[in-house]
Design a protein around this ligand. Structure first.
Ligand code: AP5
Ligand code: ZN
Length: 217
């Protein structure tokens, strides 16, 4: 099964995608993670993308679609994928239709994680993750059980994203409203959209998504 998780920054797309990856063996395809890896590797794409991401603007459709297309050519996506952070513009939604048709793949569901945008700034600015295994934490909602020690791998090194400051988050929300929310009708016309309440606790959001996917199986 191939799905898109759609929602503004901080809605919980990454949190839910990694749970689905763990529980259902699906593959998380996060264009944000792919771009951050390119930035860390100082590749030509990364060098171009860094300033754009730090400002909370969108990287060009051409660059992101190119990265995603290459990723869709890897064998593991046959297990079923979760798109997290793509598509983000009308042009990307159209490119995705074309890519999937070319590669003989299809989309089964678009799940919109509906949230109260006022609460998102707090969610995002409190977020941090393990520098070693990537497990996500939050200053108020999900601290490691032992302070300063990753529950998953025992590492004591944590990191925060450079774009998780209030000013950039507000701009990311503006970009979402202007460019990403308007792609929903594209998928509503194909009758692919379901909605979950993203303000519920993480486990409840996951259960709601699982119920939607179970109905598809
Ligand atoms: P990207 O990495 O995609 O970031 P984003 O969309 O802004 O989303 P986030 O990762 O901030 O939020 P999330 O929904 O995954 O929330 P999370 O699960 O972490 O993109 C970053 C940048 O890359 C963009 O600004 C752009 O520049 C560029 N980019 C990427 N893709 C692109 C594309 N296709 N086109 C152009 N540019 C692109 O949750 C947030 C926090 O809340 C966590 O701490 C979590 O623990 C907590 N939390 C989650 N769910 C709950 C809950 N139910 N209750 C309480 N806390 C919760
Ligand atoms: Zn860890």
């Amino acid at each position: 099964m191939n799905i898109i998780l759609l929602g503004p920054p901080g809605a919980g797309k990454g949190t839910q995608a990694s749970r689905l990856e763990r529980d259902r063996g699906m593959v998380q395809l996060s264009t944000g993670d792919m771009l951050r890896a390119a930035v860390a590797a100082r590749s030509p794409v990364g060098l171009q993308a860094k300033a754009v991401m730090d400002a909370g603007d969108l990287v060009s459709d051409e660059i992101v679609t190119g990265i995603l297309s290459d990723r869709l050519d890897q064998n593991d996506v046959a297990k079923g994928f979760i798109l997290d952070g793509y598509p983000r513009t009308r042009a990307q939604a159209e490119s995705l239709d074309r890519l999937l048709a070319e590669k003989g793949m299809k989309l089964d569901q678009v799940i919109e994680i509906v949230v109260d945008e006022e609460k998102l700034v707090d969610r995002i600015t409190g977020r941090f993750s393990c520098a070693s295994c990537g497990e996500g934490y939050h200053d108020r909602y999900k601290l490691p059980k032992t302070e300063g020690v990753c529950e998953i791998c025992g590492s004591t090194n944590f990191k925060r994203r450079p774009d998780d400051n209030e000013e950039t988050v507000r701009n990311r929300l503006v970009e979402y409203r202007a460019k990403t929310a308007p792609i929903l009708p594209h998928y509503e016309a194909k009758d692919l959209v379901s909605r979950v309440d993203g303000m519920a606790p993480i486990a409840e959001v996951e259960a709601a998504i699982e119920a939607i996917l179970d109905r598809q199986d």
